[in-house]
Design a protein around this ligand. Structure first.
Ligand SMILES: [Zn+2]
Ligand SMILES: [Zn+2]
Length: 279
């Protein structure tokens, strides 16, 4: 009997997701695969663990957290002390936010989430690569804010609004705040469409919660510095700046990763898997 109830509730959840999905398609969705944090009530707090090593990055985290909280959506970000490490290992029930000189690996920003039950996010990480942000091309407040705003929001279950380089004036696009546009603050914040999408994604309630830390999640489902741990390349934008990877873990959960490549890595060979090129 208990089993049937659970199954019915799961079906109900799946049904609601399907309805949401159809609605999203009608309004040009940028939900990331229907992925969302499970929770039994709205609004809910998503903890952002601050592992940042500079006051500058911390100021961008504070600002982007406020920006995401300004949209009247069920998802409220709450900055807490970081409990990760430089590699930004994921911590159950949270998104860990990190910066570091991760090397000349071609990526500016990286966002990973673990998924159980097909759609539920159990933990996330957002990493900013100072190897590039410390160089003149990327070292400006607008580019830093844009990338941080986007990587964190991937862990909410949001995908891009656009990847062609045009500005939708949303940080979920690939406008580049570099070169002649270094002084432009276009695309450094979420826009109304992002908030609308979050309201769609989080309209339903679940019977379980993944936003509270549990012992169940494990670092075995983490992705490491080795890009082979990202798994299979699932999709890549035409200009090569945006890629998605997916790895199936031993416990049946999935880890999915969004990669924000540098201009240079993308331009070299837009259709290549940039993991296997020299940068
Ligand atoms: Zn759900
Ligand atoms: Zn992205």
């Amino acid at each position: 009997m208990k089993k049937i109830n659970t199954r019915n509730l799961l079906l109900m959840c799946a049904g609601l997701i399907s309805v949401g999905f159809l609605a999203n398609v009608a309004s040009a969705t940028h939900s990331w695969g229907g992925y969302h944090w499970a929770r039994t009530a709205n609004p809910f707090a998503l903890k952002l663990g601050n592992n940042l090593s500079s006051a500058d990055w911390t100021s961008h985290l504070s600002a982007t957290s406020l920006d995401w909280n300004s949209g009247n959506t069920p998802l409220i970000t709450a900055i807490v002390a970081g409990t990760s490490n430089k590699r930004c290992s994921m911590v159950s029930g949270t998104t860990q936010v990190c910066n570091g000189t991760y090397g000349n690996n071609g990526w500016l920003g990286l966002a990973s989430i673990n998924i159980t039950g097909g759609v539920h996010i159990t933990q996330g990480s957002a990493k900013m690569n100072d190897t590039y942000f410390n160089t003149s091309t990327y070292n400006n407040p607008n580019e830093r804010r844009h990338v941080m705003c986007q990587e964190i929001a991937h862990t909410f279950g949001l995908d891009h609004q656009s990847t062609d380089g045009s500005s939708q004036n949303s940080c979920m696009d690939y406008f580049s705040n570099t070169g002649a546009n270094a002084g432009s603050n276009l695309s450094t914040k979420p826009n109304q469409h992002d908030f609308d999408e979050l309201n769609l994604i989080y309209a339903h309630l679940d019977t379980t919660t993944t936003v509270l830390a549990t012992a169940a999640s494990s670092s075995a489902n983490d992705i490491g510095d080795d890009p082979n741990s990202w798994g299979m390349l699932i999709s890549q934008s035409g200009n090569g700046r945006s890629s998605t990877y997916e790895n199936t873990n031993r416990d049946g959960s999935k880890t999915v990763t969004h990669v924000f490549w540098t201009l240079e890595a993308a331009a070299k060979c837009p259709s290549c898997d940039h993991r296997f090129e020299g940068h």
